[in-house]
Design a protein around this ligand. Structure first.
Ligand SMILES: O=C(CO)[C@@H](O)[C@H](O)COP(=O)(O)O
Length: 218
């Protein structure tokens, strides 16, 4: 299991310091938003490139942007060790996934709460991770959507059937209250923004999330 704190809840004036606060996490989840695919605007390539140089842990870039066919491989080249695009915005998701791997990144595909997984199951062969959104993408601090748990299980079962090594990530409203049900449903990578950065001690919050999952044998 892996923890990936979302910097959307971090202090954007002190990002290097904010990355150092989560050095005991597995990944730093970088929310890239373009004010088109989602109604919010965050950071782009030049900032990601610099964060990759100073981060103590690898970057897990979540692209909430239009035209990932054009942009996603550039986030891999900028230093994203994992790059996740939204299938709703993609023209050719398989080509994006292959381009990401060719650029040296893990290839992730995200699905919004109202997007079904079945039509995309065949893409698993070219993917390293599926991100099941547990809020509508765009903002931190939203309420966890427990009704997405069957989709998490559906993805996990499809991965098992195919015998692959694809990770299943959840993002949105993940906290000490909700992380166990995510693990129970089959998630193994947990994004948490406000639950980590909203805590006085971010490293302790990460340890607690990890403990909750491992204590239950996941
Ligand atoms: O991608 C997103 C929101 O679009 C997430 O990464 C959030 O930033 C998670 O924040 P919390 O719900 O954990 O506060």
């Amino acid at each position: 299991m892996q923890i990936s704190p979302s910097i959307l809840s971090a202090d954007f004036a002190n990002l290097q310091h904010e990355l150092d606060r989560i050095a005991n996490a597995d990944w730093a989840h970088i929310d890239v938003m373009d004010a088109h695919f989602v109604p919010n605007l965050t950071i782009g390539l030049p900032v990601v490139e610099r964060l990759a140089q100073v981060s103590p842990i690898p970057l897990d870039c979540h692209l909430m942007i239009d035209d990932p066919d054009r942009w996603a491989p550039q986030y891999a080249e900028a230093g994203g060790s994992s790059v996740t695009f939204h299938v709703e915005a993609a023209k050719d998701p398989r080509a994006i996934a292959r381009d990401l791997r060719a650029a040296g990144a893990r290839a992730g595909m995200a699905i919004k709460p109202n997007t079904p997984f079945e039509p995309y199951e065949d893409l698993l062969d070219d993917l390293d991770m599926v991100l099941v959104m547990t809020v509508e993408p765009g903002f931190g601090g939203q309420t966890f959507m427990a009704d997405q748990m069957p989709k998490v299980t559906q993805v996990r079962e499809a991965v098992r059937r195919r015998g692959g090594e694809v990770w299943v990530q959840v993002d949105g409203g993940v906290s000490a209250k909700t992380i166990e049900q995510c693990a129970e449903a089959g998630a193994d990578v947990f994004v948490a923004g406000s639950a980590v950065y909203g805590a006085q001690d971010a490293a302790a919050a990460i340890d607690e999330l990890r403990r909750l999952v491992t204590a239950h044998g996941h």
